[in-house]
Ligand binder design. Structure first.
Ligand code: NDP
Length: 245
């Protein structure tokens, strides 16, 4: 078992697949108490069954609805008496060139990737301030550091996640709250399925087929950040496949 993880109450958004699911699997192994949110409740329930989590370990949650995110965090507090960590992970990546004017995709990315993270912060922070401890982990991306053709809106949302996290880091010092940005490169998940333009999706899939690494790579970064002594705050972890440009 890794230091500082056993017994911690961890809320994860977007835990029904990919990075969130992988983090849930590793954290369960490390003895964390999990409360998992996503829209696909059947997937969450299957995961909770497999990991032998309690019946209150999952909640159908759409992160674009602040009330639902508050209910998810409140469920953790009601069940376990506190919330030690929130991993604001839910996200999507429908890349496309701006000239195609895919405004619905832009709206969804802004709503899920930015507002969803803000709602997670809004839901968890009051509890963490009262506790005078906590850890807010926000999932950005390599795209939070650079932009390429077709990726402007996604990269904008992931840059926003980094800026919000850094602002948060400076504000929450009085409450002994840690903040971590995790910025992955290509990791094999269902994320390419969120691309709505067929030609762009084919390009994304080709890249992922060539370089993507297993989702456990992300889970290990979560464990690394969480397992530091309380006075050590890992501000950001940027990682990518060795083969990725
Ligand atoms: P997946 O598509 O496998 O998982 C996305 C998760 O987000 C799912 O659990 C999905 O659950 C959830 N989600 C999507 N929309 C909503 C919503 N409105 N409310 C609640 N949950 C939602 O992709 P990843 O695991 O790869 O993505 C996780 C995060 O990692 C994202 O923020 C992504 O941008 C980021 N990332 C991923 C990289 C990669 O290469 N895989 C690289 C860099 C960053 P459901 O549909 O059940 O609601």
């Amino acid at each position: 078992m890794t230091e500082n993880i056993k017994g911690k109450v961890v809320v994860i958004t977007g835990a029904s697949s990919g990075l969130g699911e992988a983090a849930a699997r590793l954290l369960a192994k490390e003895g964390a108490k999990l409360v998992l949110g996503a829209r696909r409740l059947d997937r969450l329930e299957a995961l909770a069954g497999e990991l032998s989590l309690g019946k209150d370990a999952v909640l159908a949650t759409d992160v674009t609805d602040v009330g639902q995110v508050r209910r998810l965090v409140d469920q953790a507090v009601k069940t376990h008496g506190r919330v030690d960590v929130i991993i604001n992970n839910a996200g999507l990546m429908p890349h496309s060139p701006l000239e195609r004017g895919k405004v619905e995709d832009w709206d969804r990315m802004i709503d899920v990737n930015i507002k969803g993270v803000l709602y997670g912060i809004a839901a968890a922070l009051p509890h963490m301030k009262t506790q005078k401890s906590g850890h807010i982990i926000n999932v950005s991306s390599v795209a939070g550091h650079k932009v390429g053709p077709g990726g402007a809106v996604y990269a904008a949302t992931k840059h926003a996640v980094r800026i919000i996290s850094e602002g948060l880091r400076q504000e929450v010092k009085p409450y002994n709250i840690r903040t971590t940005i995790i910025s992955p490169g290509a990791v094999a998940t269902e994320l390419p399925d969120s691309v709505t333009e067929a030609d762009v999706a084919a390009g994304v899939r080709a890249l992922y087929d060539r370089v993507a690494i297993p989702a456990d790579s992300f889970a290990r970064t979560v464990v690394f950040a969480m397992s530091q002594p309380d006075e050590v705050d890992i501000n950001e972890i940027l990682f990518r496949p060795t083969a990725q440009e």
